[in-house]
Design a binder for this molecule. Structure first.
Ligand code: NAD
Length: 357
C-alpha cells in the first residue's frame, strides 16, 4: 500500500558529466549574464581561476572569502563587492561553505546562481541557507536561495582529500537517512534516498584507496546529487537539527559532525522507522545500518567522537538545551534528557544505541 503524498520537484537545471565545467560559458549565456562574480573559500582561488578563465571578459573576478556556517559579516562585505562590480550572476565553485555565501548574497539581491559543487554536501539543490551570527545558526528559506543551474563535474572533486571526501559523503548519506523516515517522504524521495546511499557507500572504499578513481568519484557525485534532491524535497529531523545546533553553537566542522552523529541519530530513530531501516539495510548490504555506518566511518579514518572535534564535556548540557529549545517533528519523541544521552555517547565515541526512554 502506497501512503498518500504531495510532491514538489525542485526547479532548476542540472548539468552532469565529466568535463561539464567547459559548458559554463553556455550556461552564463543562457542566463544572459555579463558580470559574473566567482565565489570560493580562501585557498581554493586557483581552481576558481580556471572557471573564471573560461568566462573571459564576463568574469569580474574571484571573491575567495567564503567561510563555514556562512557568517553574516562575510556576506555583508561580499555585498559591497557585488555592488561595486555591478555583478549580475554568481558562480560558486566549492563546497557547502561557498554555496552558503552564494545563497546568502542571492537571498539579499535575487541574483541568479550557477553552482559547481566540489564536495558532496548537497546545498546546491536546496532553497535553504543557514547563516551564523553571534553563535546562533539561523535557517532561512526562500525561492531566491535555490540556485538556477548546478554543474556537476567529477574533475573538480578529484583534489578533495580522502578524509574530507569521506566526511562529506556522510553528510550526503545523512540527507538520505532522514528523507527515508521523514514525515513527508514519498515513493520518489525514498527511491532517491536508497539509491543515493547505495552509490555513496559503494564508491567510498574505492575513493579512499585511490582518490583519483574517476568511476568511483562519479558514482559518489551521482549519489550526492540524489541525496541533495532528498534534502530539497523532504523535511529533516533529529540528526540535522543536532548538527545545525552544534555548528552554530560550537563551530564544529559540519561534515565530520554529521559523520559522528549519524549512527547515533539513526540508532535512536530506528525503532520508530522500520521501513527506513529496511531500505538502508538493503542499500548498505548490512542488517544494522547504524552500526555499518559507524564501522565505515572508522575504516575511512574519520573521527569517532565529538570530543575529537573540540567539543568539551561542559558543552553537552548547553547543546542539549539548545537542541530541544524549538519543537520539531521526529519519528521518535525527543526531549532534553534523550538529547543529552545521545550527545554524551557521540561525545565519547560509543557504539550507536537505540536508548530507552
Ligand atoms: P566546505 O565547503 O567548507 O568544504 C569542506 C572542505 O573541503 C574544506 O576544507 C574545503 O577547503 C575542502 N574542499 C572543497 N573543495 C575542494 C577541492 N576541490 N579540493 C580540495 N579541497 C576542497 O564544507 P562542506 O562540508 O562542503 O559544507 C558545509 C557547509 O555547507 C556548512 O556551512 C553547512 O551548513 C552548509 N550546508 C548547507 C546545506 C543547505 O541546504 N543549506 C546543505 C549542506 C551543507
Amino acid at each position: 500500500m502506497i501512503d498518500s503524498f504531495a510532491f514538489e520537484t525542485a526547479p532548476g537545471r542540472v548539468v552532469f558529466g565529466r568535463g561539464a565545467l567547459s559548458r559554463l560559458p553556455e550556461e552564463v549565456e543562457r542566463l544572459r549574464a555579463e558580470h559574473v562574480l566567482v565565489l570560493a573559500t580562501a585557498g581554493r582561488a586557483e581552481q576558481c581561476a580556471a572557471a573564471a578563465a573560461l568566462l573571459g571578459s564576463r568574469s569580474v573576478g574571484i571573491l575567495a572569502e567564503a567561510r563555514m556556517h556562512t557568517p553574516v559579516e562575510v556576506t555583508e562585505r561580499a555585498l559591497v563587492t557585488v555592488a561595486e562590480r555591478k555583478v549580475d550572476c554568481l558562480l560558486a565553485v566549492g563546497g557547502g561553505s561557498t554555496v552558503g555565501l552564494d545563497k546568502a548574497i542571492a537571498l539579499r539581491t535575487d541574483l541568479p546562481q550557477i553552482v559547481v559543487p566540489t564536495t558532496y554536501a548537497g546545498s546546491e539543490m536546496t532553497d535553504v541557507v543557514g547563516e551564523t551570527s553571534g553563535g546562533v545558526k539561523t535557517t532561512k528559506r526562500s525561492p531566491r536561495i535555490r540556485p538556477e543551474v548546478v554543474v556537476y563535474d567529477v574533475d573538480v572533486t578529484l583534489s578533495v582529500p580522502p578524509r574530507t571526501t569521506a566526511a562529506s559523503c556522510f553528510n550526503a548519506i545523512a540527507h538520505a537517512v532522514e528523507a527515508l523516515y521523514a514525515k513527508d517522504s514519498n515513493p520518489l524521495t525514498s527511491l532517491m534516498a536508497e539509491e543515493g546511499a547505495r552509490s555513496l557507500v559503494s564508491a567510498l572504499p574505492s575513493i579512499m584507496q585511490d582518490p583519483l578513481d574517476i568511476p568511483a568519484r562519479s558514482e559518489a557525485l551521482y549519489g550526492a546529487w540524489l541525496c541533495a534532491c532528498c534534502l530539497a524535497s523532504a523535511g529533516m529531523a533529529l540528526h540535522h537539527k543536532l548538527c545545525h545546533t552544534l555548528g552554530g553553537l560550537l563551530g564544529l566542522p559540519h561534515a565530520e559532525t554529521h559523520a559522528i552523529l549519524l549512527p547515533h541519530a539513526l540508532a535512536y530513530n530506528a525503532p520508530a522507522a522500520p521501513r527506513a531501516v529496511d531500505r538502508l539495510s538493503r542499500a548498505l548490504g548490512a542488517p544494522d545500518p547504524a552500526v555499518a555506518l559507524q564501522d565505515l566511518a572508522g575504516r575511512c579514518g574519520l573521527p569517532m567522537a565529538l570530543g575529537e572535534l573540540g567539543m568539551r564535556e561542559s558543552d553537552l548540557d548547553r547543546a542539549a538545551d539548545l537542541g530541544s529549545a524549538n519543537a520539531y517533528w521526529n519519528p521518535r519523541p525527543i526531549d532534553k534528557h534523550v538529547l543529552k544521552l545521545l550527545l554524551t555517547r557521540a561525545f565519547r565515541g560509543d557504539r550507536p544505541d537505540r536508548l530507552a526512554n
